[in-house]
Design a protein around this ligand. Structure first.
Ligand SMILES: [Zn+2]
Length: 223
């Protein structure tokens, strides 16, 4: 009986506040849980030719940039669930049994308090629920309140995140294989410094897994 009531309540809620496509805001049909419309599914530039240890779901273009922007700056925390599902579909194509932990590139604690959540953490938690790899929370810490990389020139991005991370409990990382999660891969400086700290703590293999990746012209020419 309770299940029926919850279902009716959900349907009413969905009627008043319908789910919308995370990319184009199109209203989704009731019970359409993926929250990506058919048009966007065909329009998104999914990355298919990448391999471990560097994986990304889609290219970081205008369309995906707006969706990630809304997750980060427009309080659309629920987008993380949709993005985590897209990441999970990618994991279905590889052998994940070797990974001991999911770790995410963490936000500076004061910034997280101001925003109310850390988007990489929320994505990582949702992904962990889907794929079953446990999340190693609050071990990799951001100790510097760095500027957003998008606000820093390419030349200064490495300096901006240098020495920004540390591992609180290295013994838990020693000899572990890690799936390192972040939302965007652009120059790779941020995730590289995280990996460096994890390696220092004794991590075995680290696979970068980002939601979106900037595809440079030279990458396209190489393909
Ligand atoms: Zn759409």
């Amino acid at each position: 009986m309770l299940k029926v009531i919850i279902k009716i309540f959900d349907s009413i809620l969905n009627f008043i506040y319908p789910n919308r496509c995370v990319f184009c805001q199109e209203i989704m049909a009731i019970n359409e849980e993926d929250c990506i419309c058919k048009y966007c599914y065909t329009d998104i530039d999914f990355i298919c030719d990448d391999e471990e240890p560097k994986l990304s779901v889609f290219s970081y273009d205008e369309k995906t940039r707006y969706a990630i922007f809304r997750l980060k700056y427009d309080n659309q925390k629920q987008y993380a669930k949709v993005f985590a599902k897209m990441m999970y579909y990618k994991l279905l194509k590889i052998d994940i049994s070797k990974y001991d932990y999911i770790i995410y590139v963490p936000m500076y604690i004061k910034k997280k308090k101001k925003r109310g959540y850390d988007q990489a953490e929320v994505i990582a938690c949702e992904l962990s629920k889907l794929c079953g790899i446990p999340i190693e929370n609050n071990n990799l810490i951001r100790i510097k309140n760095t500027l957003p990389q998008s606000k820093v020139s390419f030349e200064k991005r490495s300096e901006n995140v240098k020495d920004a991370f540390y591992v609180k409990n290295p013994s838990r990382i020693n000899n572990k294989n890690i799936l390192l999660i972040d939302d965007i891969y652009t120059t790779g400086n941020t995730i590289n410094y995280c990996a460096k700290e994890l390696k220092k703590a004794g991590a075995n293999n680290i696979c970068y897994f980002t939601l979106a990746k900037t595809i440079y012209k030279k990458d396209l020419e190489n393909n």
